[in-house]
Ligand binder design. Structure first.
Ligand code: NAD
Length: 436
């Protein structure tokens, strides 16, 4: 439980926090299924190739666009026209007058482009520093992202905007997302985009995996919930809650990948979404780490997903427009003392995204990963108090995330209209200082 957060939001706490300049964990606005996606209209600016298609996507989402409000839910700037460093001035011209009119938990989205020339490469790269700094300046739950949209991908932005311009992305900030050109399948019903699809979630009995099962089921998927046989009761409870099915298996067992692939083909005619969430930690500094700790972590977190992918490909179990989603960690980006084994595997997950996304990209299948920061689960509740407090506060939102924040990010990757979102690793970490 986050006691500091409760204190900081109390009458006395507010005064102490403001007076001493302490971290202020603002209550985040999360997706609830009712009420508007944003707490105010969108202001859309810029003079690139995305203004018109993004305006159309905002209309389809049901967001109001205006230049005439004193409180905005989001500020969206099309910077695809920024080619020279002198053009960067347009960022200042758009944001400076209105940034203080952003509502609590408001959204800043800068739209960029993969650069077409060496000159535009400089100006386009500069957008990253701008966006990340805005994320650090925003108070009261605001977030900022840079979305690079390739030429020809102008019609592929809607699923990403639905995620970023809503409470679904409450704990995602300071990220750079790439959207490529791809044939995109718009769902019949945006409220149930995974209707008729089958999703496999490993490590689904508790924590983040259980939240992923909840959200994918909410979005219409039949979820096959996999966990070790020893988690049978908890696994059955999750599967029952999400109207899914159970598949007890230890992913490190030698025949498990083949058995899982066969199960999916036989019972579901294949699988659409695979979420490699199962993971373990066995922390020790390197000099104190026995090989059992090393081997166990590598087997579950990295070799397991790799072998399962190969078995699914060999059995042709992944259906067209398939999704493979890895669960990395900010430890795999920044490194972490006491976690050489864990960070090795979580960096390896990013390698898996790089290797596989290039291999399958032309087929409509995508491979992406989430990299959670400090998420409030049993795993982080077991961390010693001081380290836990540091982990919670060392991010722009000054709080830990919830399993649902990771799950919503997975659901955005899983979305049938996210075919252009391939090869991304998105941190769900409140813009943690680690691995920024
Ligand atoms: N909690 C965090 O702050 C955090 C941060 C970064 C990354 N992650 C990653 O998110 C994922 C989920 O983390 P969590 O906090 O929910 O952990 P958790 O320990 O609560 O849940 C992990 C689940 O994986 C299952 N599992 C372990 N080994 C397995 C195996 N061999 N076969 C099948 N299932 C197995 C466990 O039984 C458990 O149910 C992990 O990959 C973890 O590394 C978590």
């Amino acid at each position: 439980m986050d006691r500091y957060r409760s204190f900081a939001r109390s009458g006395l706490g507010r005064r102490v926090v403001a007076g001493l300049g302490l971290p202020d964990p603002y209550p985040l606005r999360r997706h609830s299924g009712t009420g508007p996606a944003l707490d105010g209209p969108v202001r859309l600016g810029g003079r690139g190739r995305l203004v018109t298609p993004v305006g159309a996507a905002l209309g389809s989402i049901g967001l109001d666009v205006t230049d005439d409000s004193d409180r905005y839910g989001a500020l969206v700037f099309d910077a695809t026209g920024v080619e020279r460093t002198e053009d960067l001035r347009e960022l200042h011209a758009f944001f400076h007058p209105v940034i203080r009119s952003l509502a609590p938990c408001g959204r800043v989205v800068v739209l960029g482009t993969p650069p077409a020339s060496a000159r535009s490469q400089v100006a386009q790269r500069a957008l990253e520093g701008f966006t990340r700094s805005v994320g650090k300046e925003l108070k009261r739950g605001g977030t900022a992202q840079l979305v690079r949209v390739a030429e020809g991908a102008e019609g592929n932005v809607e699923s990403t905007l639905r995620f970023l311009l809503s409470g679904r992305s409450a704990y995602v900030s300071g990220q750079v997302v790439h959207i490529g050109a791809a044939a995109v399948e718009a769902p019949d019903d945006w409220a149930k985009p995974l209707m008729g699809k089958t999703a496999l979630v490993t490590g689904a009995a508790q924590g983040i995996g259980a939240a992923i099962a909840d959200v994918l089921s909410r979005d219409g998927a039949h979820v096959v919930c996999l966990d070790v046989p020893g988690q049978g009761d908890a696994l059955a409870a999750v599967a029952h809650r999400v109207h899914g099915s159970t598949l007890p298996a230890d992913i490190t067992a030698s025949h498990a990948p083949q058995r899982i692939a066969d199960h999916l083909v036989r019972h579901h005619g294949g699988v659409d979404v695979v979420v490699h969430n199962a993971g373990i930690t066995r922390d020790r500094t390197l000099g104190r780490m026995d090989e059992g700790r090393w081997d166990a972590v590598v087997a579950v977190n990295l070799t397991g997903p790799e072998r399962l992918n190969e078995a699914l490909f060999a059995a042709d179990a992944l259906r067209p427009n398939g999704r493979i989603i890895g669960v990395s960690s900010i430890a795999g980006i920044a490194g972490n003392a006491g976690q050489t084994n864990y960070a090795t595997t979580k960096a390896g997950v990013i390698g898996m995204v790089d290797a596989l996304s290039a291999r399958v990209g032309h087929t409509g299948t995508t491979v992406n990963a989430v990299a959670p920061g400090f998420i409030e689960t049993k795993m982080t509740a077991a961390v010693p108090l001081f380290i836990r407090e540091v982990g919670r506060r060392m991010n722009s939102l000054a709080q830990g995330g919830l399993p649902v924040d990771v799950a919503e990010t997975v659901a955005w990757f899983a979305h049938p209209a996210s075919t252009g979102v391939n090869g991304n690793v998105v941190r769900v970490c409140g813009q943690s200082l680690l691995g920024a």
